[in-house]
Ligand binder design. Structure first.
Ligand code: ZN
Length: 301
């Protein structure tokens, strides 16, 4: 079975060579230093190594201002220019007039209507299930798209049994902040679980957004360990991907994390990584975030 795995990292762009403010330079990422043997930066945005590709993706989409999560993620999931449709970049939640499009055009719905198995691999805690039963829950684009398309949300039991991955990868924040008693796992273990989940479905999506929190200066943890967790996770995904049967795309909705000197998003291109069966084609075809859905559909044709 051919599979596609989409890993969405909120707020990751390709920034300057800045050892103070760009975590990709400040911290030792084995993803860059060992795997790609180079760190992507403005004016050196294309790298490839061992059949994996780093390339830039435009999130501005011809609309002025800083790209935002609501319109950006909707563009990714639905394959259209949401900021042009709305007339501005908008976030963090999807803009009201794009919600019907998010419902009818999202990539999960597309694959479901073509008889493909889909999976949203994030595990959600109990509070989330309570929250979505409240009168008017506000959900970000991916959970909203899933909810509107009947895609199952995975639970803490799924996390416990290795059938889901928490949005923070290693489970420690669930234990500290939500009082769970989950086994803390290595980021590499989480990556292996995600690869296994992806191999059991045609299309799997996982999302991680601490990078955006960190970029906004809202993260209360240690930045170096957060970087190491993300690094180990991505490095393992690339190193252990089943390249004959799977295609991996790591994408983002706007820059932020790559420039910690400002608390806002940036105008930088998004950092994008592709690998596996159709990795090379994704790297050559995707120029902006509104092309991601279409190219992922082609992967599973
Ligand atoms: Zn975002």
């Amino acid at each position: 079975m051919q599979s596609a795995l989409l890993v969405f990292l909120d707020g990751i762009g390709i920034g300057k060579e800045d050892y103070q403010n760009n975590p990709f330079f400040k911290y030792k990422f084995k993803l860059f230093n060992n795997y790609f043997e180079d760190i992507p930066k403005i004016n050196n945005e294309y790298l490839n190594s061992k059949g994996s590709y780093i390339f830039p993706t435009d999130a501005k989409l011809g609309v002025e201002g800083f790209p935002q999560s609501g319109t950006g993620q909707t563009s990714i999931l639905c394959g259209f220019n949401a900021p042009a449709f709305v007339g501005k970049h908008f976030g963090p939640f999807p803009y009201s007039t794009t919600i019907p499009i998010l419902e009818s055009q999202n990539i999960f719905r597309h694959f479901k209507s073509h008889k493909k198995n889909v999976c949203f691999a994030n595990g959600y805690p109990k509070v989330f299930f309570k929250y979505i039963k409240s009168i008017k829950p506000r959900l970000s684009s991916t959970p909203l798209a899933c909810r509107l398309s009947g895609v199952k949300f995975r639970t803490s039991s799924d996390v416990r049994s290795g059938k889901a991955v928490t949005a923070e990868i290693i489970n420690s924040r669930w234990n500290q902040r939500l009082k769970y008693k989950l086994p803390e796992i290595k980021a590499s273990t989480a990556a292996r679980r995600l690869l296994r989940i992806a191999s059991e479905n045609h299309f799997t999506m996982y999302e991680y957004y601490l990078t955006d929190y960190i970029g906004h200066g809202k993260y209360d943890g240690n930045l170096e360990s957060a970087a190491a967790i993300l690094d180990d996770f991505l490095y393992t995904l690339l190193s252990e991907l089943d390249r004959s049967n799977m295609t991996l795309l790591v994408c983002s909705d706007h820059g932020n994390y790559e420039d910690l000197s400002v608390k806002t998003h940036t105008l930088n291109n998004c950092l994008t990584i592709s690998a596996g069966k159709h990795g090379e084609r994704l790297a050559s075809k995707i120029k902006n975030i509104s092309q991601i859905k279409h190219e992922l559909i082609n992967v599973l044709k």
